[in-house]
Design a protein around this ligand. Sequence first.
Ligand SMILES: O=C(O)c1cc(=O)[nH]c(=O)n1[C@@H]1O[C@H](COP(=O)(O)O)[C@@H](O)[C@H]1O
Length: 231
Amino acid sequence: MTPDQVIVALDVPDLPKAIALVDRLPGVNFWKVGLELFVGAGPGVLAELKDRGKRIFLDLKFHDIPNTVLGACLSASRYEVDLLTLHATAGSQALTLAAQAMAPLEHPPKLLAITLLTSIGDRQLREELQQPLAVEDYVSAMAQLAQNAGIDGAVCSPQEVAKLRQICGPDFLLVTPGVRPLWSAQGDQQRVTTPSQAIAAGANYVVIGRPITADPNPEAAWERLCQDLAV
Ligand SMILES: O=C(O)c1cc(=O)[nH]c(=O)n1[C@@H]1O[C@H](COP(=O)(O)O)[C@@H](O)[C@H]1O
């Protein structure tokens, strides 16, 4: 596993904090801009990252009616980011429209479908979301729905990666948040493994945020993560 397979979540509220973190961690080449930062700072943060030669995962998790998901994906594609998320539960029509709309573009983002948030465990899926399937089966069903609609990949927890790799084949992108080095706190993540285990199970990329960005010394935390990955 290489550090280039690690995407760091830039979950901070404004542009100055984002830039400060990016400049403190020059070894991070792939950053995720999610709802907190995009809503707080606007699209200017994407230009700042591009100026620094960084790859960008724009994680806006679109979830709406097909026409609105289509329009949102087209608007987001103008930023020429590398990865873009939408929820599989928007349904096959929304997924298909989005995938078809990206195909003719010169620099389309790879579309990733959220299968089941990594903060949701078995009990919540059953009791709150009223979903009788086990987590792994539900995640597999959502990934297959997305793949059949022409979506490039899925976001899942590292605990489902091996099964999805087997079902969806080698070309389907699998991106896993919910990774935790042994030295970090689990926080609100439910379905976790270490970053190395996630890659060994078949993930293309892992996404990690607070264990690096909320550490009082993010440089040391990043260094520690890179050492874990080199083993
Ligand atoms: O789409 C995501 O990136 C995502 C999907 C998911 O199921 N779970 C999940 O944690 N994420 C994101 O991954 C990041 C994880 O951050 P940490 O829990 O701080 O490592 C956050 O920015 C989440 O928004």
